[in-house]
Design a protein around this ligand. Structure first.
Ligand SMILES: [Zn+2]
Length: 252
């Protein structure tokens, strides 16, 4: 489940309206995504505040007197309902509701950038590949086996480099889903560290950029009309060394 899907379900989750499977999927996501967890916590805090009445404030006596004196005593309920005072009260009530809703919206974190979303998606895919023992669809250290495996599965041909002599053996390849499309996942290793490389065609031109997220190191770049993301729990220096080797072996 990605962040977008989780955000839609957060209200239902807070209100306990989700079925057990969805519930579990949302909780699973919270464990790997601190951003969604923060959104969830602010929803829950608002809900608690509304329930316990901690948002209730007693009006100062002066205000209370002024409001009360502005209401003339109404003879019957019926005449009150039709009275201008009642309409004012109704208007005030809607205004209060609008304020609560506005406040609720303001509590949400600022809109994520496309980059933030990609970083989270790439990290989630990396973590998932390690968790569910679905690291590779094709296990081979031979790039002449891995590259053709993607034929017919993707609308592009990923270039696959052989870096075993440099200490980054190829483990295999995997189909993955990132950025709203099917992408190639190439898996390399450095000692016991897994490196996932995701690539897909894109017109963007991005300089090589090292990033960090949730304890993982990431590097993104573009080359030959492809967007690349490499991610690993390997230290930043070795990951960047790996990226440089990969870039040198990839036709420009
Ligand atoms: Zn998330």
């Amino acid at each position: 489940m990605n962040c977008q899907e989780v955000r839609i379900l957060i209200d239902g989750y807070v209100d306990g309206e989700l079925d057990p499977i969805r519930n579990q999927e949302v909780e699973q996501h919270f464990r790997t995504c601190p951003v969604c967890l923060t959104v969830y916590n602010s929803h829950r805090a608002l809900r608690t505040a509304l329930r316990t009445g901690s948002l209730y404030r007693t009006a100062p006596p002066a205000l209370r007197n002024r409001v009360q004196s502005s209401f003339k005593p109404a003879s019957t309920w019926k005449s009150l309902m039709g009275s201008p005072q009642w309409r004012w009260a109704a208007a005030a009530a809607s205004l209060a509701l609008v304020s609560v809703l506005t406040w609720r919206v303001a509590l949400l974190p600022p809109t994520q950038t496309a980059d933030d979303r990609l970083i989270q998606e790439v990290t989630a895919s990396h973590v998932r590949s390690l968790m569910v023992s679905h690291l590779v669809d094709i296990q081979s250290s031979d790039r002449h086996m891995v590259k053709p495996w993607f034929t017919g599965k993707l609308d592009f041909a990923p270039s696959v480099a052989d870096l075993i002599e440099q200490g980054f053996p190829l483990v295999g390849g995997r189909l993955d889903y990132v950025n709203g499309r099917a992408v190639a996942g190439l898996v390399y290793k450095r000692r016991e560290h897994v490196i996932n490389v995701f690539l897909w065609p894109s017109a963007a031109a991005v300089e090589t950029r090292p990033l960090a997220h949730q304890g993982y190191h990431l590097v993104c770049w573009t080359q030959s009309g492809m967007t690349y993301w490499a991610i690993s729990d390997l230290n930043s220096r070795e990951l960047q060394e790996f990226v440089q080797l990969l870039q040198n072996q990839t036709p420009r």
